[in-house]
Design a protein around this ligand. Structure first.
Ligand code: HAM
Length: 410
């Protein structure tokens, strides 16, 4: 017997049914925000991720050399692909608002909320420099979580790489990429290990000041009004104001910097309110990627949300849909009436009902047992009455059974 690989999932019908319900809700919120769906290849040249994603993600790729000698990888994230697609499409109307829900692969150590294969919802806006686009994607991310019943169960933490860079520069930090990479790992490290690591980029005398900055979180106004007024501070306060118009409340958190190398402005992550789980979603502004890929300078902002932590949180909060299969009708067939039964099934199927039908010529008792197992809401028994235009309709919940005319089947 073969076993599945570690970090991969087999998804059976009951689980898929629940998952589909969640996915459909996410789609409908994205569509309600005027985003358009795209799809993209599952493999790309490895070089695409070498440009600006950062070495960590390249290390995590499932990559291989193909028969043509090219270095290929299963996609570990979608952002470079989306930027590539944008560059390839000439004369595109801005702003571009794209979403998709592809599978992706990362060779990580499998653990709670982190798999080697997962789905990741992506939404991005291209072509808008103004903070309105940041607000729109953050509001979308939050509306998705809210629509799934998670309103009180997560916090949206926002920070800004521009402000953070200024602060780090004042602390004599030179290697920003390294600083962001290490700060992003803060929660995964012990305190001492973290302090040792930051000594690699910040002078000893500024370590305490940096630790203090990283511990600042809370209300936007409270945090930002402590800084000297500047254009950037005004923009950030404006973001929080605009989000109030969307009926969304976010908090400021300097320890959110994001691990990927391409972010250039606002960065954000949603976390479970108890802080037990890995990030639910993450994103931010990346204004240089399209240009780096050979396109015109195009501001961009977006986020990715995996399905794994979302599922864990929804299950913990009893919000995950019931994992149960069902059909609207099961058509039970008595000997010699298959033709009429198939006609009835076909009619109902064309009307949009889900209809299962006996395929095994089992006894009526066994057919009813099966109907029960697949949670059929109603069973139609096609027997000799069909010669006079009648069938038996059984409501599986109440157990009520009656003889009805074929043309009156609901
Ligand atoms: P990321 O932070 O690498 O960002 O991933 C975003 C989300 O994908 C995470 O918060 C998590 O929900 C999910 N995720 C990541 N790795 C795994 C894993 N191994 N197993 C399960 N879920 C995972 C990005 O990928 C950016 N490209 C997002 C983005 C889009 N930024 C702008 N636009």
């Amino acid at each position: 017997m073969f076993k599945k690989l570690r970090g991969f999932r087999d998804i059976y019908p009951e689980e898929m049914r629940a998952r589909r319900e969640v996915i459909n809700k996410i789609y409908s919120v994205a569509i309600s925000f005027g985003f358009q769906e795209i799809d993209a290849p599952s493999v790309e040249l490895l070089d695409l991720f070498r440009v600006k994603s950062g070495e960590e993600i390249v290390k995590q790729t499932f990559s291989f050399v193909d028969k043509g000698g090219r270095e290929i990888t299963l996609i570990p994230e979608l952002t470079p692909t989306v930027a590539r697609m944008l560059v390839a499409k000439k004369n595109i109307v801005k702003p571009v608002k794209w979403f998709s829900f592809p599978k992706m692969w990362r060779y990580e150590e499998p653990q709670s909320g982190r798999l080697r294969e997962f789905y990741q919802f992506n939404a991005d806006i291209f072509g808008v420099e103004k903070i309105y686009a940041d607000a729109e994607v953050i509001a979308l991310a939050m509306e998705i979580l809210d629509s799934l019943g998670l309103s009180e169960k997560y916090v949206m933490k926002v920070s800004d790489r521009i402000l953070m860079e200024e602060i780090l520069q004042n602390m004599d930090v030179r290697d920003m990429d390294m600083a962001f990479k290490i700060i992003d790992k803060k929660d995964k490290m012990g305190e001492e290990e973290f302090i040792d690591a930051i000594k690699g980029f910040v002078p000893e005398e500024n370590v305490d000041a940096l630790l203090e900055i990283l511990s600042i979180k809370g209300n936007f106004e409270n945090v930002l009004n402590k800084f000297e007024e500047s254009n950037r501070i005004r923009t950030l306060l404006n973001l929080s104001d605009i989000l109030k118009g969307y009926d969304k409340k976010v908090i400021w958190d300097f320890s959110v910097v994001r691990g990927l190398a391409y972010y250039t402005g606002i960065v954000f992550e949603a976390h479970d309110y108890k802080g037990e789980l890995r990030a639910l979603l993450g994103g931010g502004r990346y204004d240089n990627v399209v240009e780096l890929f050979g396109g015109p300078k195009t501001p961009a902002v977006g986020f990715g949300m995996g399905d794994a932590v979302l599922e864990i949180l929804m299950k913990r909060e009893n919000l995950w849909p019931e994992e149960k299969i069902w059909v609207d009708y099961f058509i039970a067939i008595l000997p010699d009436h298959r033709k009429e039964a198939i006609e009835i099934a076909t009619k109902l199927r064309r009307k949009g009902y889900s209809v299962d039908i006996d395929l095994m010529e089992r006894s009526l008792g066994k057919q009813m047992k099966y109907a029960n197992r697949i949670n059929a809401e109603k069973v139609i028994i096609v027997g000799d009455e069909v010669n006079d235009g009648y069938v038996i309709l059984r409501d599986m919940e109440s157990g009520e059974q009656k003889k009805i005319r074929i043309d009156s089947i609901p």
